[in-house]
Design a protein around this ligand. Sequence first.
Ligand code: SF4
Length: 389
Amino acid sequence: MKASLYLHIPFCAGACDYCDFYSIPVDPHDRRIGVYADTLLRDGERFIRDFGVSCIPTVYIGGGTPSMLGASGIRRLLSGLAGLWRAKPEEITVEANPESAEEAFLLACREGGVTRISLGVQSFHGPSRQAVHRVGTEKVLAERLGLVSAIFGRAFSVDLIAGLPFQDERILLGDIERVLAYKPDHISLYALTLEPGTPLEQRISHNKTPLPDPDTADDLWIAGRDALEQAGYGQYEVSNFALNGKRAAHNIRYWRMENWLGLGTAASSTIVDDETGTGRRITIKPDMDAYIRGSLSPIVEELGRLTLMKETFLMGFRYIEGPDEKLFQRRFGLPIRACIPHTLAVWQDRGLLQAGKPALTAQGILFLDPFLLDVFEEAPASLNIKDYR
Ligand code: SF4
């Protein structure tokens, strides 16, 4: 079986107020960091054996903040991983945050076979960063961007956020211009989402932090998108932009609902049976201490045909190429066009679908949620279509 690997590193230097990921603030000398890396490797070996994985096309080490592993931690992890595959994956990405992306860490990544770095810049604007308690100063961001570009050339991605407190169009476009000066081959521009229960959401609801209103925030993101497009970074997913030929292979496998194994606390795996259109999701609970003690039982969820079909649409229409048509037909026994003909016709008339394929245009992706509501309403009936010709 072919499956990508995702390794979740739950450590962070601090807690950003908008974040609802599972993460643990640690200092770089915390002894649990090394123990965690060893546990991940043991789990990786077991998962690969149990699922009969013979080919690992991509690896993504994300978090949290993988650069909190430090040079020795990432070296230990990468050399252990190299013992798990027969052929080296085509893409190995490591996420890093500027405050911990030191030269020794980046060099250890390069020596360990990492092919791209994903750097969480988010914004250079001090008041915006401070308002969400994002660690790192403008000076450190510039220094670490310079280091990443010196060590990885153009093989890196930068994350930016639109819609932060105290951010306006001039500030966002200034951030983009600064990032472009380092010539990354990939940029992600996220719209800030207010996750329920986060400190930021609490403060906004008590009027303690100003945020751009929703229309202004949308306009901001669109201004950022246009600047990236003009600079030659084509939008190929809701929040992702790349130079020609530089799309993220690992993420494309998620959007196409291809198999991946998720290792570590709070990670989940998805394994699909292409012949029956069903699958299995295995999730490890978010509890780092229990994970390294080995006392966590994974939660196993069976994905029926309708659930998997909906997820295939949910993920696939985020991608500018749309869901993989051949894979869809193989899994569900009918083409996408036969599954949601009415929705496709309506959205084609609105000019928001690409000609000749079930995929939204870049403008259509702005209306992904209402499009998916139509898809989800129409798709279930297609499961009753027998013997499609
Ligand atoms: S660094 Fe990333 S994972 Fe960690 S708290 Fe901030 S947003 Fe969340």
